[in-house]
Structure formats: structure tokens, C-alpha cells
Design a protein. Structure first.
Length: 136
């Protein structure tokens, strides 16, 4: 009987993980940083209110930003979590649907009351979204 209880516990425990890790976020604003014609970084744009859904799906190794043009990224590599005095950073090396490389980071700003941001690093631009997790 004890063996049956252990098997049942292990089965229930593993089922909870088989449903996967998917996180949903709502953006609240967007700022953009671009390179100029000489290849130098400019200044961050003024944040604009933007409400789009962002999905981070560990099981399917993808990140999707549901903006006007859907941004679909396949996760190629999960980078080690970085923790500093002011930030917690989870980063991913990705490719978009056309095969271009991107780095995507979810950053929790501890010094700003745990404000969460999503950074999408392209070759010539960086998108910075302020985000909040959608809890069901």
C-alpha cells in the first residue's frame, strides 16, 4: 500500500510539470532605442502606452509578442539567470521567424519596486516594454 501511495504521489507531481511552464504578460508601455546612420546608439524614445500580450512558453521554447505585427521568437539558448543588487535578469538567445538572431531579456528592477521589463535586442534597435504578469 505504501508503494502505491509513493507511485501516486510521483505521478501527480510529474503531471503538474507536464502541463508546462507558460507565462502571460500584458505590456503597459514601449520605448525604442535605435542606431543612427553612423551606427551610434541614439536616445530612448518617450514611452508610449501600448497594450499587447506577451507569452513565454518554456515547453515550446518560444516567446510571442502579439503586437500589430506578431513577433514570434524561437528560443535557441537559455542563458544563466543574472542577479545583481538592483536587477534579476532572465535572458534568452532567440531567432525570429526569418532566422535573424535576437536576445530577449525579462528584467525585474528591484530598485524600482520590482518593476518588470521586457527587452528585445536587435542588431540596430532595442525595444523596451514595461510588463505585468497576467495571473489567472
Amino acid at each position: 500500500m505504501k508503494f502505491f501511495k509513493i507511485i501516486a504521489f510521483i505521478t501527480l507531481f510529474s503531471l503538474s510539470y507536464s502541463f508546462g511552464q507558460q507565462f502571460n504578460f500584458q505590456t503597459t508601455s514601449l520605448s525604442v532605442l535605435q542606431k543612427d546612420k553612423k551606427g551610434n546608439w541614439g536616445k530612448w524614445s518617450t514611452p508610449e502606452k501600448v497594450k499587447v500580450i506577451v507569452k513565454l512558453d518554456y515547453d515550446k521554447n518560444k516567446i510571442i509578442i502579439y503586437s500589430n505585427v506578431i513577433q514570434y521568437y524561437s528560443v535557441v539558448e537559455y542563458l544563466q539567470k543574472e542577479i545583481t543588487k538592483v536587477d534579476e535578469i532572465n535572458s534568452y538567445l532567440c531567432k525570429n521567424i526569418d532566422g535573424y538572431p535576437f536576445k530577449i531579456s525579462f528584467i525585474v528592477r528591484k530598485d524600482l519596486k520590482n518593476k518588470t521589463q521586457l527587452y528585445v535586442y536587435g542588431e540596430d534597435y532595442i525595444f523596451c516594454y514595461d510588463i505585468v504578469e497576467i495571473v489567472k
